[in-house]
Design a protein around this ligand. Structure first.
Ligand SMILES: C[S@@+](CC[C@H](N)C(=O)[O-])C[C@H]1O[C@@H](n2cnc3c(N)ncnc32)[C@H](O)[C@@H]1O
Length: 185
């Protein structure tokens, strides 16, 4: 009986310890950079965009995937799609990979700077990035993406490309999580 009590205590102690460490890491992580996850409403809209603009897509990229919220939701909706999710923050990817493992989703997470990624095979690409990254990204995508690829940007957008569609996610705050859809010509 005593051994069982000790055993249960050890399990409780280590579970609590692991949860405390994860919570602490999560707190530290939120202090660094723009880490806002895509909201549920915007995710629903993005899923509709994928369905209507590129239902035959094979490769989906989330550039700057954070803790994987959008990438995991897309994979759950389109299990046949190869979902690649890149972020330069190892800590955010740790959370994303944990969720991926627990949910058994099969998203391919990569710890990589998006400017070092080879994006030639992308059919659909999604970004929710800080404004400063958009001009250099626009230049990279213009050189790399194949004709017909679809790019969805959230809030921040490209200055030189003309969107083929825009979606207002929150009518009361029209600029917040506004989605821009571009097609590479
Ligand atoms: C707003 S979060 C995106 C959240 C995610 N797309 C989602 O929908 O849940 C932006 C992320 O981009 C990442 N990021 C910013 N610049 C990057 C770069 N050059 N290479 C890789 N990741 C980058 C940040 O680390 C951050 O996690």
């Amino acid at each position: 009986m005593n051994i069982l009590v000790y055993f249960l205590f050890l399990i409780w102690f280590f579970t609590l310890g692991a949860a405390a460490i994860l919570y602490f890491l999560f707190f530290i992580d939120t202090l660094y950079g723009h880490d806002l996850p895509t909201s549920r409403r915007a995710i629903r809209e993005i899923i509709k965009i994928v369905r209507s603009f590129k239902p035959d897509a094979k490769n989906f990229y989330d550039l700057g995937c954070g803790r994987g919220t959008l990438a995991l939701a897309v994979k759950s909706e389109f299990p046949e799609l190869n979902v690649f999710a890149l972020d330069k923050s190892g800590l955010r990817l740790l959370f994303a990979r944990l969720k991926n493992f627990v949910l058994g989703r099969g998203v391919i997470f990569q710890n990589k700077n998006i400017f070092d990624a080879d994006l030639r095979s992308a059919d659909i690409l999604y970004t929710y990035l800080w404004y400063d990254w958009m001009p250099p990204l626009e230049e990279k995508l213009r050189k790399e993406l194949k004709t017909g690829a679809i790019v969805i940007t959230n809030t921040s957008h490209f200055s030189k490309w003309q969107p083929i569609a825009t979606y207002i996610t929150y009518p009361k705050k029209p600029d917040f999580e506004k989605l821009f859809v571009y097609r590479v010509e």
